[in-house]
Design a protein. Structure first.
Length: 356
């Protein structure tokens, strides 16, 4: 006898009530159990996560996974600052890290010498710190690194402030004039509003890149920063891209530049991290839009709807790999002076912050 029949027999006089309950609740339960399989809204996300895992694994195996390198170097840095620091750590992945760093040398020399110097300086510091380790994996990786490791990695590269230095763990200095800096930051944050009407004036690319540099100071999962920012300023393409998301009707035609933030699942080997691209993307965006405001530009953050039709349409306009997902879009331009903007009153601190 079925579960439904057993319940009806046991409850006797309450048969009608139970029948009503079962007719309402059992389909809901069945639907919940199979929701991700039957509801097409999640299939594209699942496919992207699966594609990202595949790219991650293949890249790790052939030492071509840049996100694996970034994550590994970050993990090594955390080991270097541990208190107390162990003689042996990172042994299970140091060999693959060295091989990946070696394979990326020539690419990073051209593409991002700062990343190359960071990996090199941290690995050099690591092998100094683990000299007393008896783990043969570390010894083999040390020999490999010393034989083919990066030579003269400085190339005039410094930290994010442009100061020439070793790109490895360092002593954090106190922030000077912290109170004044806080006031400047809050002034920019309070001034920024979603602006939808822009002057017919091009957006300087160098200003967008300066703002992106601020956005990239945001924390991310193991410092992977597994996303890219596509800024569309071609007149024809930006109009078509701006029409795709919901919420741009009536003003999409006059947006001077549309930034598309694209997450890349390839940075993650586990499906448990499938939301990391959205967390990291949001952290990047906050600094990015505040920096744009400080540079005299205005922005409007545009939500991306998870609809198959929208995903298909945006893929017809811009190149997206199988593991890439649009996180959001950001309209950028010089706002028309004295325009009305929504007040968008924010929730109070007391309504949001709780203490336990």
């Amino acid at each position: 006898m079925s579960i439904t029949g057993n319940l009806r027999q046991r409850l006797g006089p309450r048969k009608r009530a139970v029948q009503t309950m079962l007719s309402n609740k059992v389909p809901q339960f069945i639907g919940a159990a199979n929701f991700f399989h039957l509801n097409g809204a999640f299939r594209e996300e699942q496919a992207a996560v699966a594609a990202g895992k595949k790219k991650h694994l293949e890249g790790e195996l052939d030492h071509s996974n840049r996100m694996f390198l970034r994550r590994s170097v970050h993990r090594i840095e955390k080991g270097l600052i541990s208190q107390p620091r162990r003689d042996t750590f990172a042994a299970d992945y140091i060999g693959r890290t060295v091989e990946t760093a070696v394979s990326f040398q020539e690419i990073l020399k051209q593409d991002d010498p700062g990343e190359l110097k960071w990996a090199s300086d941290v690995l050099n510091r690591y092998f100094e710190a683990t000299q007393n380790s008896t783990d043969r994996r570390i010894g083999a990786a040390r020999e490999r690194w010393l034989s083919v490791g990066v030579k003269d990695s400085d190339n005039g590269v410094g930290d994010i402030s442009g100061n020439a230095c070793e790109l490895a763990p360092f002593e954090q200095p106190q922030l000077s004039d912290a109170a004044d800096r806080y006031q400047s930051l809050t002034a920019i944050a309070y001034h920024r509003r979603s602006v939808r009407w822009f002057e017919d004036k091009p957006v300087e690319r160098e200003l967008v890149e300066e703002a992106a540099a601020v956005g990239l100071t945001a924390p991310s999962a193991c410092n992977r920063q597994s996303f890219r920012l596509l800024v569309v300023d071609d007149e024809d393409l930006r109009k078509r891209v701006a029409e795709v998301p919901m919420g741009t009707a009536g003003f999409s035609h006059q947006i001077p530049a549309m930034a598309v933030l694209i997450g890349q699942h390839r940075g993650y080997e586990h499906e448990r991290d499938r939301h990391a691209i959205y967390v990291d993307g949001g952290l990047f965006t906050t600094g990015f839009i505040l920096a744009l405001e400080g540079l005299g530009l205005n922005t409007c953050c545009i939500n991306w709807p998870e609809l198959k039709s929208k995903n298909e349409r945006i893929r017809d306009l811009i190149d997206l790999d199988s593991d890439e997902r649009v996180i959001m879009m950001i309209a950028i331009g010089y706002g028309v002076p004295n325009q009305l903007v929504p007040r968008s009153h924010k929730r109070s601190v007391s309504a949001v912050v709780q203490w336990a």
